[in-house]
Write a protein that binds this ligand. Structure first.
Ligand code: NAD
Length: 313
């Protein structure tokens, strides 16, 4: 199967390409503009095309060359704060860029799309904990609005052109290769501070919660969704476990044997208070379950950043 992975030089996309290669896929094409992704993270078994999804003509040319049967769409402007500061830029990448891609691909025989959606920003402040996919969708950032719009466009493409899709609503993804920016950079940021011997800063009281899911579990969810017959569904990809920032920091500090207490700064305006999503539907629909416990995932992540720092010194 010819598979395009957009954002395949980025954090989740590069792990997804690695998982595809490990599963035996042999026609993998990575599309990425390297705005945050890194060329050296692209698996050598994949063909790489440096292209900005906002450039419709360039996207069309690559799609005509690669003729994907399936797309795993990980590319995005994924910084929530940037989306608030510049909603038009966010929509150019996350909505128009996606449309450039799918419009070109549907004319080349596209059958299936797996979307990297969000289980945080798409729900907004939750009424139930953990929440299911039936929870009201009340995004409070342009980033969340763009993900919601993309899911709605996929429904349109299914009805109009018979293109199957699964939207995967990720929790806060963490793990090796994460850049300390965007939605869930907190683990990467904390690792960087600790390794630099500097205290971490927690915004607000640290009682805000998230659903932390390890990146290899997310990559596996992409493969499971790709290989399933599920279509027209959104699936939460999280653990169902709520962890607050204070707990996260104390676990990481213990792993790192780092004695300094966290410093506290003013709450960030608009930050979601609690976020935790039920993975039950993903279990029944694509037989996916999270496998990595948080403590173990934090150990792997801290070791990765420590080794990387060791190599660059
Ligand atoms: P990332 O920034 O590492 O990956 C995004 C990739 O997209 C990068 O390689 C970047 O270079 C590329 N890209 C950005 N703009 C582009 C453009 N105009 N044209 C082509 N490529 C472009 O971030 P990530 O954490 O790996 O996120 C992957 C996907 O998962 C995104 O769609 C994001 O919204 C979604 N997501 C991430 C999280 C999380 O916790 N990290 C949570 C929910 C959803």
């Amino acid at each position: 199967m010819r598979i395009v992975v957009t954002g395949g030089a980025g954090f989740i996309g590069s792990h997804t390409v690695d998982a595809l290669v490990a599963a035996g896929a042999d026609e993998i094409f990575v599309l990425d503009d390297l705005s945050s992704g890194k060329r050296n993270q692209v698996n050598t078994r994949a063909a790489f095309f440096q292209v900005d999804l906002r450039d419709a003509a360039a996207v069309k040319a690559v799609v005509e060359k690669t003729r994907p049967e399936a797309i795993i769409h990980c590319a995005a402007q994924m910084d929530v704060r940037r989306s608030v500061a510049d909603p038009a830029f966010d929509a150019q990448v996350n909505v128009v860029g996606f449309l450039n891609l799918i419009e070109a691909a549907r004319q080349q025989g596209l059958r299936r799309v797996i979307l990297s959606s969000t289980g945080g920003a798409i729900y907004g402040e939750q009424d139930e904990f953990p929440c299911t996919e039936d929870h009201p969708l009340r995004p409070v950032s342009p980033y969340g609005v763009a993900k919601l719009a993309t899911e709605a466009y996929l429904f349109f493409y299914k009805v109009q052109y018979g293109i199957d899709y699964v939207a995967l609503r990720y929790g806060n993804v963490y793990g090796p290769r994460q850049d300390p920016h965007g939605e869930a950079g907190v683990v990467a940021i904390f690792c960087g501070r600790i390794l630099g011997g500097k205290p971490v800063t927690i915004f607000g009281d640290g009682e805000q919660t998230r659903d932390y899911v390890f990146v290899s579990d997310v990559a596996r969810a992409n493969i499971a969704a790709l290989n399933s017959t599920a279509s027209g569904v959104a699936l939460n990809i999280g653990t169902g476990i709520e962890t607050n920032v204070n707990e996260l920091y104390s676990t990481l500090a213990a792993i790192a044997d780092f004695p300094a207490a966290a410093e506290y700064a003013g709450e960030r305006p608009g930050e979601q208070r609690r976020s935790v999503i039920s993975p039950a539907r993903a279990a029944s629909t694509i037989a996916w379950r999270p496998e990595k416990a948080l403590g173990e995932g934090l150990e792997d992540t801290f070791k990765y950043f420590k080794d990387r720092r060791g190599r660059s010194n």
